[in-house]
Design a binder for this molecule. Structure first.
Ligand code: NAD
Length: 281
């Protein structure tokens, strides 16, 4: 039976470390980390995410601002707001909640955020910094997975990591992060010829597909470490990952559950990145 990598416990540890470091920063330098969260429209899932981020800011002792624009907001309006936040000395991190309404060009918006305040790590400058191994901000979800490995004392060096999914927010950045820790990395995607054979060779499997219980125990090598990024709601209402937990935990040496695995790490790392940004002032 696999060891469960408890994302809830690890994220709490990180949050309490960020909270203490924030108190110290305020006490010694008089700097309060500030995060601005921008929400356009009223997508229910986005509202929930923004609410959790605000709550986390309060818990950390951060200064936070929420900016809500109507679903009809123009691209110009949003760009003007970002420009204002870029210049605001009280703000160290700017997060624009995705997805954005159709009339707004997401790439343009992400590129308008100052790279020094890009706590999501999605700006092409920060993507490039990560690619050359000199990151300024690392995207929160994959960064959280690296912390999970670190806190669980799972070494990466020399291991074969197989990543399923090549998205810009998870698959590609986790591949780079694992590569920089000296893993041998394979990235698989929807056009991969023999996915089963690729996954069977993996010491570390990252599932970032968006398909419920897609990776099953029989696909895994005995003793593999399994990181499940997926968040899928079944018709029954049950929340499951991209990995079939019941069969995978019998083969894996360590596995992240859903819920309570990678999910809680994302906000913890957003707090971490915002603190790091404030420390650089
Ligand atoms: P995405 O839809 O952008 O990418 C999915 C990837 O899966 C694509 O690269 C595609 O090539 C690959 N894929 C699809 N079908 C495949 C198949 N049959 N075989 C192999 N590869 C296949 O997804 P994403 O944004 O990376 O998110 C993936 C999952 O992670 C989703 O369930 C999402 O909800 C979840 N997610 C969770 C968090 C978090 O925990 N905080 C953050 C981001 C995403």
């Amino acid at each position: 039976m696999a060891t469960i990598i408890d994302g809830k416990a690890i994220s709490q540890k990180i949050r309490s470390e960020v909270k203490s470091a924030t108190e110290k920063l305020i006490r010694e330098k008089g700097v309060t980390p500030g995060l601005a969260v921008v929400l356009v429209g009223d997508n229910p899932a986005s509202k929930v995410y923004v609410g959790s981020k605000e709550k986390a800011c309060v818990e950390m002792g951060f200064y936070s601002e929420k900016h809500v624009l109507p679903v009809t907001a123009s691209q110009d309006e949003l760009l003007k707001l970002i420009d204002k936040l870029n210049k605001d000395k009280n703000i160290h991190g700017i997060l624009v909640q995705l997805p954005l309404p159709k009339q707004i060009n997401e790439d343009l918006v992400l590129e308008a955020i100052s790279p020094e305040k890009d706590v999501d790590g999605f700006h092409p400058y920060n993507v490039g910094r990560l690619a050359v191994g000199k990151p300024l901000f690392q995207p929160c979800t994959p960064y959280g997975m690296m912390k999970m490995l670190e806190y669980s004392n799972i070494s990466v060096e020399g291991k074969h990591a197989v990543i399923i999914g090549r998205s810009n927010i998870v698959g590609k950045p986790i591949a780079l992060m694992l590569l920089h820790k000296s893993a041998t990395v394979t990235i698989c995607h929807s056009k991969t010829k023999d996915l089963k054979a690729e996954v069977k060779r993996a010491d570390i499997v990252v599932a970032a597909i968006g398909k419920p219980e897609f990776v099953t125990g029989d696909m895994l090598k005995e003793g593999a470490v399994v990181l499940d990024v997926g968040i899928n709601r079944l018709e029954s209402g049950k929340l499951v990952g991209d990995v079939d937990f019941a069969s995978a935990e019998k083969v894996a040496s360590a596995i992240t559950p859903v819920p309570g695995g990678v999910g809680p790490m994302t906000i913890a790392m957003l707090m971490y990145n915002t603190l790091e940004s404030a420390k650089r002032v």
